[in-house]
Ligand binder design. Structure first.
Ligand code: FCB
Length: 442
């Protein structure tokens, strides 16, 4: 039996656009996800986050669930257009009131708020000015972040600047399946740079504000395995690792883009415009790294594929997202981070799984999800035993929600949401998680 450290933060995670709803209420501005999801064809069944889990009106009920689950932390994101509808300038007091209410409710039960400043819902007003492709957005973001430190920093002690810049950059601007739906690799590279720059500026403003607390960034990291030890497969895996992981890890921790990837990307796209001093800002020391882990990638060399790298689908168990269940990847990833990037504090800021859930007698027997979590917790425990400074673990997600381009078709929640009635139902995994937290062990 493994006992987790005394101060280990067990938690759950959500994001504003995925749960809040109230899209047109109390002065909230439009975001790029409102715009994107309302264009037919972009989201499964043309669904959107207008109502979602109606968390905006039900947050007290949802915090009660967190309290009953016994979590020590709750990761949520602030909707930038809810608090600053135009992205810059005037603050929307009603939006601020909502987050004050949520934070105070959490603290009432000793649940630590972990606040993400950007989980993909850029104010549409800023998209009109070029969005993340416009370098000025980095400064707009840092100003917004400063306002949040000022408004909530007396109570919020853990801040996450960005959630998964890889997705913002490549899903949003190269592959185009996320807002704002742009398909241009060079733009995506510039976006990645501007997002990283905005992160670094926010970290610097945070230090200047001097309100105490910790700040970091959340990256989605996918350990890459080569299909064989043939030289070309190994090389393909290095490239895939550069694209998914190092393109963000290296700037943040080493203040440089990986040389091999500059060359690789440079062969077919425009390398981002990096100004003097940018890399120093981007690599401003952080207090922790947030890691979102779901699956691994398994690749072989294929000269006809993008970057000469083809993703394979090895035999095994797969989730509803068609993501391979691969707990060992979490251990390998954590050990690799320690080895290559230093002994920084780490939080798993997301891990979880979508499976088909069936409600029967007011409960959901989601053994697949329970097992998924159990196997990953075990790997986390192993990593702690082997010296990784893992400080907490946030299950994605507290409740079923709007899964971006998949709409409401993928359920990741510990809590089931009946979208017709907004009723919340505890799944078996939620009850099990409650025990894990209470025992602080597996
Ligand atoms: C991550 C996102 C999160 C959720 C999970 C399933 O990429 O950060 O919002 O969609 O995937």
């Amino acid at each position: 039996m493994f006992k987790f450290p005394e101060d280990f933060i067990w938690g759950t995670a959500t994001a504003a656009y995925q749960i809040e709803g109230a899209a047109n209420e109390d002065g909230r501005g439009e975001s790029i996800w409102d715009r994107f999801s309302h264009i037919p064809g972009n989201v499964w069944n043309n669904q959107n986050g207008d109502v979602a889990c109606d968390h905006y009106h039900r947050y007290k009920e949802d915090v009660q669930i967190l309290k009953d689950m016994g979590v020590k932390g709750y990761r949520f994101s602030i909707s930038w257009p809810r608090v600053i509808p135009e992205g810059t300038g005037k603050i929307n007091q009603k939006g601020v009131d909502f987050y004050n209410g949520l934070i105070d409710e959490l603290l009432k039960y000793n649940i630590q708020p972990f606040v993400t400043l950007y989980h993909w819902d850029l104010p549409q007003a800023l998209q009109y000015k070029g969005g993340w492709a416009n370098r000025d957005t980095a400064e707009y973001f840092a100003d917004y972040a400063s306002e949040m430190f000022r408004l909530f920093g007396d109570r919020v002690k853990h801040w996450i600047t960005h959630n998964e810049p890889w997705c913002t950059s490549f899903l949003g601007h190269a592959i185009g399946v996320h807002a704002p739906g742009i398909k241009d690799f060079s733009t995506a590279l510039q976006v990645a740079h501007n997002v990283l720059l905005s992160h670094g500026k926010a970290v610097q403003y945070f230090r200047q504000a001097g309100r105490g607390g910790k700040i970091g960034i959340t990256l989605n990291l996918t350990p890459v395995y080569a299909a064989s030890d043939r030289e070309e497969d190994v090389r393909a895996a290095t490239v895939a690792d550069g694209y998914s992981n190092r393109w963000f890890l290296d700037p943040v921790f080493k203040g440089q883009y990986p040389e091999d990837m500059l060359k690789n990307f440079g062969s077919f796209a425009k390398i981002p415009d990096v100004q003097v001093g940018d890399m120093k800002i981007i690599s401003s020391p952080m207090d922790f790294l947030g890691v979102n882990y779901y699956t691994r990638s398994f690749v072989k060399y294929n000269p006809d594929a993008q970057f000469g790298t083809e993703s394979l689908r090895p035999d095994g168990q797969y989730t509803e997202m068609d993501w391979e269940v691969y707990p060992q990847g979490l251990y390998d990833l954590l050990m690799r981070l320690k080895k290559d990037y230093g002994d920084i504090d780490i939080y798993i800021t997301e891990n979880g799984a979508a499976f088909k859930d069936v409600v029967e007698n007011n409960s959901v027997d989601d053994s697949d999800r329970l097992n998924y979590l159990k196997m990953h917790f075990e790997k986390a425990a192993e990593a702690i035993r082997d010296g990784v400074k893992l400080k907490g673990y946030f299950v994605w997600s507290l409740m079923d929600n709007f899964e971006w381009a998949h709409g409401y078709s993928k359920r990741f929640g510990l809590i089931y949401v009946d979208y017709e009635t907004q009723k919340r139902i505890w799944k078996k995994s939620a009850l099990w998680y409650k025990d894990v937290i209470a025992n602080n062990s597996l």
